[in-house]
Ligand binder design. Structure first.
Ligand SMILES: [Ca+2]
Length: 200
């Protein structure tokens, strides 16, 4: 049976890839819009089974396509990346079902914490990560609200903002202008611009 299943599976994968909607191109970086394309690999339902997609840098431009269910056996997709340099990473996630609504969290599998969650009411989510610590894995955790849907995730890398690459900067928290700030808080490995829970 295995010999007859393999060609069928190949045809099925080919059909899925052919029928999958292409990512909308929202490229804004300086490079030509020809993204590297990936398709999610299942199973990727838990942090430890995450689908490792790519190592990113400031010239990254890639898309990942997949499918997630609102209810069923595939209700969450973990996609793992790692940056090889301090950098800014912008993402655009879009659902392609007619009433699809995908949400995404950025997860740190080392500290086992969610760094930020993007869960607006529309079919897409957009955000920016500031990656301070190269070599540290991070995951996009995608789920569907209400309806099963194909999704497309686009990532675009940019050079680190000025100052991001500096090692721990001498503290400027002793001055008047920063009095009262979180003086002892260490700089996080990855920052997101996710809205706060109150705003989500
Ligand atoms: Ca999936």
């Amino acid at each position: 049976m295995q010999a007859t299943q393999s060609p069928f599976r190949l045809i099925l994968v080919g059909l899925v890839a052919a029928l999958a909607p292409a990512c909308d191109q929202v490229h804004v970086g300086p490079y030509l819009p020809s993204p590297d394309s990936f398709v999610e690999l299942e199973p990727n339902d838990t942090p430890s089974m995450a689908d490792f997609v790519a190592i990113t840098d400031s010239t990254t431009f890639l898309t990942v396509e997949g499918h997630v269910q609102a209810i069923g056996f595939d209700v969450v997709d973990h996609l793992e990346f790692e940056a090889c340099e301090p950098m800014e990473l912008r993402f655009y996630l879009e659902a392609h079902a007619p009433f699809g609504d995908v949400d995404v969290s950025i997860y740190d599998p080392i500290d086992q914490v969610i760094l930020g969650t993007y869960a607006s009411g529309g079919p897409s989510e957009i955000g920016t990560l500031l990656i301070h610590e190269p070599g540290r894995p991070f995951q996009f955790v995608i789920d569907a609200f209400v309806e099963d849907t194909p999704w497309c995730l686009q990532l675009e890398g940019f050079p680190a903002p000025l100052g991001l690459q500096a090692p721990d900067r001498p503290s400027d928290l002793q001055g008047e202008r920063t009095r009262g700030a979180a003086e002892a808080a260490p700089r996080p490995a990855i920052e997101t611009d996710a809205p706060s829970q109150a705003e989500a």
